[in-house]
Design a protein around this ligand. Structure first.
Ligand code: V0V
Length: 146
């Protein structure tokens, strides 16, 4: 079992979207949210934006909009198969190496041998949906000061 102190909060929920600007417009112009961060992650094949409410605090889960850089990317294939919608849920952790080790020891398959770089310089890892009850579960350790 993972030491429960290592899980901090729900960091974000990720939506697969075909068009990032249209998805941003809905959240900002209709819901009144704001873009907290935007970047392109070539390795993950996404253009992404992190959104928060007007009163967003550090422990409020953010919404991550994930648009594919092409049809052969993870999000491109997800959209072709499932259409737009929730693609992942991310839990923020204090120590991604310790959590990864504990998950592996519990028999949970992680997708990468080592964490990859995610939004804002964070370190990210994913647990396979077949080992989590059907959810693509990301664990994320934010970069210091982000
Ligand atoms: C696939 N499955 C899912 C799923 N994707 N179940 C729940 N949620 C998802 N997102 C199920 C699918 O229904 C199948 O079940 C089975 O897994 C195999 O699916 P597949 O369509 O053949 O897909 P695969 O195996 O080619 O790819 C699935 C995995 C892929 C999870 C391996 O999506 C992956 O590598 N994800 C991790 C990277 C990622 O998501 N990057 C984009 C976000 P049945 O039909 O066999 O029962 S980047 C990001 O989050 C960043 C940068 C950040 O947070 O900072």
């Amino acid at each position: 079992m993972v030491n429960s102190d290592l899980f901090l909060c729900v960091d974000h929920v990720g939506y697969a979207v075909p068009n990032l600007d249209e998805a941003i417009t809905f959240h900002c112009d209709v819901l009144g949210w704001r873009v907290l961060h935007r970047e392109r992650n070539e390795e993950q094949g996404v253009e992404e934006a992190m959104l928060g409410t007007g009163t967003q605090g550090a422990e409020n889960a953010q919404i991550q909009l994930l648009a594919p850089l092409g049809p052969d990317t993870t999000i491109g294939k997800y959209l072709a198969k499932n259409g737009a919608g929730i693609q992942q849920v991310a839990y923020r952790v204090a120590d991604i190496d310790a959590v990864s080790e504990a998950l592996r020891a519990s028999g949970v398959r992680l997708l990468y041998p080592e964490p990859k770089i995610g939004t804002g310089g964070s370190r990210i890892q994913f647990a396979h949906p077949k080992d989590t009850g059907g959810i693509l579960l990301e664990i994320v350790e934010p970069a210091a000061g982000h």
